[in-house]
Design a protein around this ligand. Sequence first.
Ligand code: SF4
Ligand code: SF4
Length: 376
Amino acid sequence: MIMLAMKKLGFGTLRLPLTRPDDVKSIDQDLFNRLVDEFMKAGYTYFETGWPYHSQCAEDACRKAIVERYPREKFCLADKMPTYNLKKSEDYENIFTEQLKRCGVDYFDYYLFHNLGNKTYKQCEELGGFEFLRQKKDEGVVKHIGFSFHDTPEVLVKILTEHPDVDVVQLQINYIDWENISIQSRRCYEVARKHNKPIIVMEPVKGGALASVPEKAEKLMHKIHPEDSPASWALRFAAGFEGVFIVLSGMNTIEQVKDNIKTFDNLTPISPEENTVLEEVKEIISKSTAVPCTACRYCVEGCPQDIQIPVLFSIYNDAMKYGDINYPTVHYQHAVFGHGKASDCIECCKCEKSCPQHLPISEIMKEIATRFDKEK
Ligand code: SF4
Ligand code: SF4
């Protein structure tokens, strides 16, 4: 049975604190442990991890911070199968066994196929993916099954119709993407509700973008709630929909954990008046963000040119937003040191196949190359 009474805030481990900002493997374990303690102390229990997070280091970090420090029955752990990476049926078992080992558990409370879409779904069907999930649930090593989803509502209808027994669906829901024609959050949400699926929300703060909104937008929010952070608005928006039972937030400072707990301890849905403010905020943000990348890094591993795609996008966004005031060229040179430059992109489009935001990465690389690599 889904634990609908569970507190709604979930701890996502895609963006853990680092000891070296340019090395995603350098997880600050001590700080992560303290974040977990703060979270658990407030009565929150849901943790979510994934095979590719932090270049395959997040599951180990979860074992150290959560599993080795708290009784198993005191927390819920969700993990995800890297569906897009599989070549043969045996991969399911091999990866699943390794995930149990990395996490140090003998069962997962929630186990999801990661980033399911039209192509990955077809591949999953060919390799017997859903049979594998059901088998693991029958064995008791997975309590609830589901999938995270990044495609059209039509594909979601197909999957849920063909597999009505999945327990949960994980969707990208935030106020920027709600009516976005490429993400189609609202329509996907409506499909999940029609099929009576409890919903886990991912990217409610859009990779942190809705936590630090342009000053003009923040002023509008502060006018109504001087004490509330922009992140709290985004989380309340996502948490307010019927059927949402967990909202994941990647937290990497104690302040963020405390702020999120404050929001969820006193959770109130967005009012019509607040919604009007969010519409204005949306306009301002859309005008100021050149590339809506969420820094999930799913694209990075497969790039044959070793281009740090989300890092370059972040620098490019800053350059577009602030001009030269925060030294974008210096940041760019630092980011490409030892890695591929934007102009090294060979337009193979491998990255685009794994991008949940459907970004035309190779096209954007050309623009970035024009901006930063012109002297080369
Ligand atoms: S299109 Fe460019 S950025 Fe994307 S994987 Fe290929 S080389 Fe890398
Ligand atoms: S480009 Fe796409 S896949 Fe890569 S980090 Fe950004 S959102 Fe994620």
